[in-house]
Every structure is written in C-alpha cells, then in structure tokens.
Design a protein around this ligand. Structure first.
Ligand code: SF4
Ligand code: SF4
Length: 132
C-alpha cells in the first residue's frame, strides 16, 4: 500500500523537497512504544550501488512527475497504523532535518496502540494525522 509521505530528512539522497523518491522504504521500531525509537532505515546520505539521486531534478520543473508515494514496510508493530508490518496510515511524516544516519530520523506519525504507552516515551509521539 502506498502511503502519502512527507520527510524532513533533507540530507537523504531520496529526499526531494520533502518528498521521498524511494519506491519503498523500511521503517524500523520493533517493540518501541514511542516514536522516538522509530527510524527510516532506507535513509542514505549518498549514492551507492547505482542509486541515482533525483536531487539534480530539484531545479525548476517537472520533478513532481517522477514522484510516487512509497510503499512503507514497518517493524514498529505497536503503532496503530501497523498492519502485518505494513504502514496503513493515511499520511506519514518522517523527521530528521539534521540526520546523517538512519537512526537520527523518526516517524512522527507513530501512535501507540491503546494501552501501549510507556512513561518514558509517552510524550514523544503524541502526533496524529492532523499534524501531517
Ligand atoms: S529518510 Fe526515508 S522517507 Fe525520508 S527521503 Fe530518505 S528514504 Fe525517504
Ligand atoms: S505511522 Fe506507524 S506503521 Fe506507519 S511508518 Fe510510522 S511507525 Fe510505522
């Protein structure tokens, strides 16, 4: 399922004006009960293995024709939007304006399933899709 996604991790090679140009991404979070420990594992700071940066399209026109919403696989199974390790949120926002490695990013849209908050993390991800 493609997810409408905005991403602030502008140092990621796939980031083009806050859109993600990767066809699919992997968000990780495993057992976390707050968004702080989620991250986009697809984050990459530079070209490698033939990955082509679309940043050069970030000039004036037409870049939006190349952008599709990515498929979002996610291991953060305590998030209410996680169904079978796929994200089903209507919108996803990834944070990480100064991120240079994947773990410095964060899924802001993470929202814990009822009864799944912890005292350490409960205030980290109180966002809803309205914050997108
Ligand atoms: S950090 Fe993840 S969501 Fe953001 S542009 Fe890179 S691959 Fe896409
Ligand atoms: S909203 Fe939830 S399921 Fe979707 S990517 Fe973020 S943490 Fe994973």
């Amino acid at each position: 399922m493609e997810v409408e996604l905005k991403c602030a991790a502008e140092k990621c090679v796939f980031n083009l004006k806050e859109y993600c140009t990767a066809p699919e991404i992997q968000v990780n979070g495993e057992d976390t009960m707050g968004g702080r420990f989620t991250y986009c594992d697809t984050f990459s700071e530079g070209d490698k293995d033939g990955e082509v940066s679309l940043r050069q399209l970030d000039k004036n026109t037409n870049y939006h024709y190349f952008i599709a919403d990515p498929e979002v696989a996610c291991s953060a199974h305590n998030c209410i939007y996680n169904e079978g390790e796929e994200c089903h949120a209507p919108h996803v926002k990834i944070l990480g304006a100064i991120a240079t490695v994947p773990i410095q990013t964060e899924c802001q849209t993470f929202f814990p399933r009822e009864g799944q908050t912890s005292s350490d993390e409960q205030n980290d991800s109180t966002y809803s899709v309205q914050d997108y």
